[in-house]
Design a protein around this ligand. Sequence first.
Ligand code: FES
Length: 106
Amino acid sequence: PSITFVHPDGRAQRIDGGDGESAMQAATRHDVNGILAECGGNAMCATCHVYVDEDWLARLPAMGDDEDALLDGAAAERRANSRLSCQIKLAADLDGLVLNLPDRQL
Ligand code: FES
């Protein structure tokens, strides 16, 4: 599935993710700036914060309690469409997913 990351300056970066990997893993594999993922995907750092494009928000599985709690501590403002990209598992039905990057992760 392809994912498009939109940088804070509006630049769109489209990458190919693998089935079953997380959006964070796909981003780090493709060196997407703006995803730090300091904890390696364990829902412990919140440095993989993204704002999910509104069209996609309802199509993602609901967030878990860990993710919800951690997002409160994200460096950039938490919004209604905030998610942790390490908790978004890619699958064919998410092909075309659009994730906006916050202006900072630390
Ligand atoms: Fe640390 Fe997602 S990589 S919370």
